[in-house]
Design a protein around this ligand. Sequence first.
Ligand SMILES: Nc1nc2c(ncn2[C@@H]2O[C@H](COP(=O)(O)OP(=O)(O)OP(=O)(O)O)[C@@H](O)[C@H]2O)c(=O)[nH]1
Ligand SMILES: [Mg+2]
Length: 395
Amino acid sequence: MSIVTVQLGQCGNQIGHEVFSALCSDIRGTHGLCSKKENESYQDSCKERFFCEEESGVPVARAVLVDMEPKVISQTLSMAARSGHWKYSSHSHFCQKQGSGNNWANGYSVHGPRHKEAIMDLVQKEAEKCDRLGGFLTTMSMAGGTGSGLGAFVTQCLRDAFPTSFILNHVVWPYGTGEVIVQNYNSVLTLSHLYHSSDALLVHENDVIHKICAQLMNIKQISFRDVNQVIAHQLGSVFQPTHTAGGGSGYSRNPLGIDWQVRPPHPGCSIPSTNKALHFNTSIANLLILRGKDVHSVDLGSFQDSSLYTSWLNPQDAFNAWKTPRAFNKYEKSAALVSNSQFLLKPLDSIVGKAWNMFASKAYLHQYTKFGIQEEDFLDCFTTLEQVISSYTNL
Ligand SMILES: Nc1nc2c(ncn2[C@@H]2O[C@H](COP(=O)(O)OP(=O)(O)OP(=O)(O)O)[C@@H](O)[C@H]2O)c(=O)[nH]1
Ligand SMILES: [Mg+2]
């Protein structure tokens, strides 16, 4: 099962590069206590998933790189080539001369339609190289103009062109005190559009990752590179192969086809709730991924506690554990948790609130209306996200 990654904008391309580097260095590294055969099957599965072979013998990432300015893409291509361990294909990137200027509407309404054919052509070619296409992974930030606006547009195109393929959007949540003045507008527009065309959003908050770099890793001058390496490490620990359910051997599971649909219950449905005040974070679904030593003897009882989950789901359906004895990235044991829960309510509420305040005073709206995104479009987006907030609040 293979996955085609579409890297969009500065952030999406820089993170995509770190993800492929992390995957590649993991399969080249030590493998803990697992058998040679197990390790080989893990490596083969990772390669089938994320890389295709080329004649030179260096794995080539199954990726399409898109940005509206050339700098980041050329840096990304040459950094990968310099590693000597993997590279991008020399044909699967698309760039223009000038970025979208942190304007979602420019990315979505101008660059999107103008370059749709060229971009989708590259995606189609990558998809055709896969024996079995498992779906698409996109990487992008929500705050700029290209990753967010063009990214939302490309996701809709992917949905139309591949109606039955799984689409997972990895999105980077901007710093609370971010550098882009209209980041809250761009985020609201991105999230509400992805909500309609994506199968799942996987979110990393820059503030949270920054804190990990500062407090857990003790990095003094934190760069995007540091932040991206932490993000890539976490994504790698989710996307690398694990065994199929029931402990059978083989690594055929598609990591994108997970039960972590971000779609909440129907906005109108009422949810009976008991002792709500005791919960601080109710979940729809949790996925725990365990790698390395002793994974099969770990007691997972506390993850199956029904009080963690919304009452309309059976905890057996809401919790999944994937395991492999193959160690990840030199760690003897590791655990990653992917959670569809109320965790994002606070940041989401904050972004929508700030965007709404700006919208109420019509600040910067002309920058959007001049590219065809009207006030009514904003109102639709606010409504979509208010419904998401309300559904998650009532879990
Ligand atoms: N974690 C992380 N965040 C980034 C990175 N680069 C930019 N960002 C964040 O992304 C947002 C800005 O979006 P960019 O990705 O730079 O914008 P773009 O998609 O290139 O769009 P335009 O430049 O407007 O064409 C801000 O919230 C930044 O904090 C990165 O490498 N890593
Ligand atoms: Mg840019």
